[in-house]
Design a protein around this ligand. Structure first.
Ligand SMILES: Nc1ncnc2c1ncn2[C@@H]1O[C@H](COP(=O)(O)OP(=O)(O)O)[C@@H](O)[C@H]1O
Ligand SMILES: O=C(O)C1=C[C@@H](OP(=O)(O)O)[C@@H](O)[C@H](O)C1
Ligand SMILES: [Mg+2]
Length: 183
């Protein structure tokens, strides 16, 4: 496929916690024969501390600033598949930087998505009623995911490989969007 030659990164995966961005992104990259980067993993590598610790010690606002810097760097430098953390696109600078990229929204229902992440260490669902919190946050964000995404995939269509294949089909059919900057 010619996508990696014409567009960098090849694709950026967005969507809520549990949609499968990290899992499907890795499979998609392997199938395309390109590198994969998860901006949460990159953030943890740079900070040398886990995400829950950043939230606890520095607060959510500082997490978003660090996340923004990582995402902007990755969008500039990475040529393969990129998976973002679920809240990254809520930062306006990140949403702006995605203009002109191939942005795949992995869409998941509140029930299906919550089942996948319940009991995980994700700090935003660490409170008293994690299912309700999950539902609320997803409802708050869905409009932004739709606006920023240039294509939408059903994240519960099947196993991660099935979702990756659905993305491959969309990428093959999608016209190459204009890059945000041209030389
Ligand atoms: N299509 C899928 N079907 C079933 N389980 C999935 C699917 N995609 C991801 N998962 C599982 O859901 C959990 C969250 O996946 P992850 O890739 O971390 O999501 P995200 O990065 O969007 O938060 C993991 O346990 C993963 O194995
Ligand atoms: O939705 C969010 O705000 C978050 C999602 C997480 O990533 P995943 O979407 O990969 O779970 C991680 O970045 C952090 O816990 C915050
Ligand atoms: Mg992830």
């Amino acid at each position: 496929m010619s996508t990696e030659a014409t567009h960098r990164p090849v694709a950026v995966l967005i969507g809520f916690m549990g949609a499968g961005k990290s899992t499907v992104g890795r499979i998609l990259a392997r199938r395309l024969g390109v590198d994969f980067i998860d901006t949460d993993s990159e953030l943890v590598r740079r900070e040398r501390r886990p995400i829950p610790e950043i939230f606890t010690d520095d607060g959510p606002q500082r997490f978003r600033e660090i996340e923004r810097d990582v995402v902007l760097d990755v969008l500039e430098s990475h040529h393969g598949v990129v998976a973002l953390g679920g809240g990254a696109v809520m930062t306006p600078a990140v949403a702006d930087a995605l203009a002109g990229h191939r942005v795949v929204y992995l869409r998941i229902s509140a029930d299906d998505g919550f089942e996948r992440v319940r009991g995980s260490d994700r700090p935003l669902i660490a409170g008293d009623d994690p299912h309700e919190r999950y539902r609320e946050l997803l409802a708050e964000r869905d409009d932004t995911y739709r606006r920023v995404g240039t294509m939408t995939v059903d994240a519960a269509a099947g196993a991660p490989g099935v979702v990756a294949d659905a993305i491959l089909e969309l990428l093959a059919a999608a016209p190459t969007p204009e890059r945000a900057t041209t030389t």
